[in-house]
Design a protein around this ligand. Structure first.
Ligand SMILES: NC(=O)c1ccc[n+]([C@@H]2O[C@H](COP(=O)([O-])OP(=O)(O)OC[C@H]3O[C@@H](n4cnc5c(N)ncnc54)[C@H](O)[C@@H]3O)[C@@H](O)[C@H]2O)c1
Length: 433
C-alpha cells in the first residue's frame, strides 16, 4: 500500500519510518526543504534512539522516501497521514492553522478516493472541520474519508512505542476507511495490540484524556512532594509505596520540576479551553496547569533561597531537554529555570548530552560546555534538571573540587541524599526534606 505522512517532525518521521518497516511504501513530506535534504543525505534531523538505523534499512529497501512535493505524494497515496504541529496559541487554544492549511492543499491535489488520517493531536470537532475543508476545496464529487488516528508515542522511546503501542485508536464513520486502516496496522494486530474503533469525536477525546490524565498524575505527586518538604517526609518512599497499590500503579509518579515538552502543556490547556467552549468548567485541567506553573517557579525560589543573593552567582545547569533521550527543549523546565535565574542576575553554565543545539535556538544567555564537569566549574549551585543516564553516576568528589560553593539541587531525586551530604554538599531535592 502507498501512504504518505505530511509533517516529518518527531511524530511524522517516526510514524512514516515505522509504517515503511511494516512493509508499506511511504513518502514523508515536509515543507522545510533543509529537513528533507538532510534526510535524503542520510542524516536524521532529530535525536531519537534507533530511528537512524530504521530509516537507513527502509530507504535501502526502497520503501521510504522523503520529499517536499506534496502533490506527487498525495496522488501516489491511498492514505495521507497528517502529522503537522498543533502548538498552543497565546490564548491557550490549539493552533490548527498548519493542519487546516495541509487539508486544503491535499484536497487541491485529490483526483480519486483518499483517506486523510489525523495523527496530530487535535481538539474535538477537528475531523469534522477537516471534512468540511476538503469538501469545500474539492472541485469534483470525489469520495474521501477522515480518520482520527491519534499518536501516543513518547519522545526518547518513540520507535519502540510506535512498533509496540498499548492500543491503536481508529475513529471514523466509514467501513471502507476502517478496513484500510486495519490493514495498515495489521502487523500490530498480529501482536495482539488492541485496536479501538470508534467515532472521530471519541478518538479525539481519548487523546486529550490520556495526556491530561498523565499530567494530572505528575502534578499530583509534585504537590505531595511539596507537602513532604514541609512536613519532613520523603516523597521517594511515598511514591514508591503509592505505586505498589495495584489500583494506582507506579508510572508517572516521579516528582520533579514540573512536566514540559511539546504535548502535556499545550494539550491540557487545549482541553480546558475546549471544555470552556461547550460550557464546562474543567477544574482539574485548570488546576493541573496552575500546579505545573507553580512547580517550575518553586524550583527557582528554592535555588534562589539557597544562593542568598542571586546576582553574580554561577549556576551549573545539568540537562536542558525536557526529559532524557530527546533533544526536544519545548517547554523544558530547565530553560524556564535558566531564564528566571538569569533575570535575577545569575550566570548559567549549561550542559546537555544532545539538546544544546536546540537550546541555543530557544534561549539566549546560557554558556554551553562540553561536559557536566566543565559546566560545574566555579558554580555556586549545581542544578540537575534532566535525569539523563550520564548524570546518574557523576563523580561528586571531583565536582566538589570544581565548584565555588558545594550546593547540589537534584530536582529529579536521582541521588542518595546521605551520600552527597557525606561528601560535604548541601543537598536539595524535590520532596525529600
Ligand atoms: N512530539 C511528541 O512526542 C508527540 C506525541 C504524540 C502526538 N504528538 C502530536 O503530533 C503532532 C506533531 O508533533 P511533532 O512533535 O511531530 O511536531 P514537529 O514540530 O516536530 O513536526 C511538525 C512538522 O510538520 C511540518 N509542517 C508544518 N506545516 C507543514 C506543511 N504545510 N507541509 C508539510 N510539512 C509541514 C513542520 O515543518 C515540522 O517538521 C502534534 O499535534 C503533537 O501534539 C506529538
Amino acid at each position: 500500500m502507498n501512504v504518505c505522512v505530511v509533517g516529518s517532525g518527531y511524530v511524522g518521521l517516526v510514524a512514516g519510518t515505522c509504517l515503511s518497516d511494516f512493509g508499506m511504501n511511504v513518502i514523508c513530506v515536509d515543507k522545510v526543504k533543509e529537513k528533507i535534504d538532510m534526510l535524503n543525505r542520510g542524516e536524521v534531523p532529530i535525536y531519537e534512539l534507533g530511528l537512524g538505523e530504521l530509516i537507513q534499512r527502509n530507504v535501502k529497501l526502497d520503501r521510504l522516501h522523503f520529499s517536499t512535493d506534496l502533490k506527487e505524494a498525495v496522488q501516489r497515496s491511498l492514505v495521507i497521514f497528517l502529522a503537522v504541529g498543533t502548538p498552543e496559541r497565546p490564548d491557550g487554544y490549539a493552533d490548527l492553522s498548519q493542519i487546516e492549511a495541509v487539508a486544503k492543499e491535499v484536497a487541491g491535489y485529490m483526483t480519486e478516493y483518499k483517506i486523510l488520517a489525523i495523527k496530530s493531536t487535535v481538539p474535538v470537532g477537528t475531523a469534522k472541520r477537516i471534512r468540511e475543508i476538503v469538501r469545500t476545496e474539492l472541485a469534483d464529487d470525489i469520495e474521501f474519508d477522515v480518520v482520527s488516528n491519534p499518536e501516543f508515542l513518547r519522545e526518547g522511546a518513540a520507535v519502540n512505542d510506535f512498533l509496540r503501542p498499548d492500543r491503536v485508536i481508529l475513529g471514523c464513520n466509514s467501513e471502507r476507511a476502517l478496513a484500510v486502516m486495519r490493514d495498515i496496522y495489521r502487523p500490530l494486530y498480529l501482536l495482539e495490540t488492541p485496536i479501538v474503533s470508534t467515532t472521530n469525536e471519541t478518538a479525539e477525546v481519548i487523546k486529550y484524556a490520556s495526556n491530561t490524565m498523565l499530567a494530572v498524575r505528575i502534578s499530583f505527586v509534585n504537590e505531595i512532594a511539596n507537602l513532604c518538604d514541609l512536613v519532613g517526609a520523603d516523597v521517594y518512599q511515598v511514591s514508591k509505596a503509592l505505586g505498589m497499590d495495584k489500583r494506582i500503579g507506579p508510572k508517572f509518579l516521579h516528582p520533579g520540576p514540573g512536566y514540559g515538552g511539546s504535548c502535556f502543556p499545550k494539550d491540557v490547556s487545549a482541553l480546558a479551553k475546549l471544555s470552556e467552549d461547550v460550557g464546562y468548567d474543567f477544574k482539574l485541567a485548570k488546576a493541573t496547569i496552575e500546579v505545573n506553573k507553580r512547580q517550575r517557579e518553586l524550583v527557582v525560589e528554592k535555588a534562589a533561597r539557597a544562593l542568598g543573593d542571586v546576582k553574580g552567582k554561577v549556576i551549573g545547569l545539568l540537562g536542558l531537554a525536557f526529559k532524557p533521550n530527546t533533544d526536544d527543549v519545548r517547554e523544558a523546565p530547565a530553560l524556564h529555570v535558566a531564564r528566571r535565574l538569569m533575570e535575577m542576575g545569575a550566570e548559567v553554565n549549561g550542559f546537555d548530552p544532545v539538546a544544546m543545539d536546540e537550546a541555543k535556538k530557544n534561549i539566549e544567555g546560557i554558556k554551553y560546555h562540553k561536559n557536566a564537569y566543565e559546566a560545574c566549574k566555579g558554580a555556586d549551585i549545581v542544578i540537575i534538571a534532566t535525569e539523563w543516564n550520564e548524570f546518574r553516576d557523576l563523580d561528586f568528589a571531583r565536582i566538589k573540587s570544581l565548584v565555588r560553593t558545594p550546593i547540589v539541587y537534584d530536582t529529579r531525586n536521582v541521588y542518595n541524599p546521605k551520600a552527597l551530604k557525606d561528601l560535604g554538599f548541601t543537598y536539595l531535592a524535590t520532596g525529600r526534606a
